[in-house]
Design a protein around this ligand. Sequence first.
Ligand SMILES: [Zn+2]
Length: 328
Amino acid sequence: MRKVILTAVIVTLLFFFIPMLLPGPDSAAPKGAVPETTTNNLSGGKKLRVLLDGEIHEMDTNEYIWGVVAAEMPASFELEALKAQAVAARTYAVQKSQLGKANHPDADVCGDSTCCQAYISPEKAAKNWGANAEAYNKKITQAVAETGSQVIVYDGQLITAVFHSSSSQETLDSVEVWGGNLPYLVGVKSPEGDEVPNYHTEVTVAGEEFRKTFLAAHPDAVLGGAPSQWFGEAVRTSGGSVNQITIGGVVVKGTEVRSLYKLRSACFTVEPKENQVIFRVTGNGHGVGMSQYGANTMAKQGKSYQDILTWYYTGVKVENCPENMWKS
Ligand SMILES: [Zn+2]
């Protein structure tokens, strides 16, 4: 009798559990579920030719986007911020593939952040992430998968989806930084602040070094006497970045000063001392387009990736990439 009951229990258990172990017609992950830890489920879409370490790799667009998001944004960021980054990165990549790149005519994009966008392989990223590797891989895979083929469009065209690390609580007009006026790259308020690591930095340049560097770029500048005599008034953007400043009688852009003295942003103040010049800098990056830390703060406030993208890129739509926007 006991044997019969035991058998009945086992049969009952198998009856309930076997269907759970076998994949059925509905076994596809429900919408919004976290996909597997590999990036395999990102394949099957359009291909891109990606130049990495001197070799061209034909990659699925979303596999490539995974590596860009992993390289360009901390994986600890909120999911909605990572999704915003995925859409921005995809937009940038598709636009690059349309326009072509003189640096690498045989590849659509490369892994160099100074030319295209940074890229890291899943293997290298996992090494950097250590104990968090599995969770971070899943999160970025989810961000890329759930944004499918979405891109950012303005007036029927892909936008140039530039982004930066953190702003001085207000992003900049593209015209202030690069001279080109793009209607969707205009300054907006950005909510990040002191929670950003190294949000405020200080750079001290010896007087003589400052003079040498500046004169190399502007030989007509007059930099005699003490540093206190070198600087005129700075003209600032509404967000506090230096639009232009007079140094040694020469008017220069804040962005040029940033690059000459390797400041993290053009949002700086100058304090001339007896033998040195002290820059106090806020934020990190060129300040145009989406602020990554700002996006993360918005996500923490409950904003979606669409909210984030339409906030930082004025007048745009987020939509599935139309077929004709892909290079054939
Ligand atoms: Zn490139």
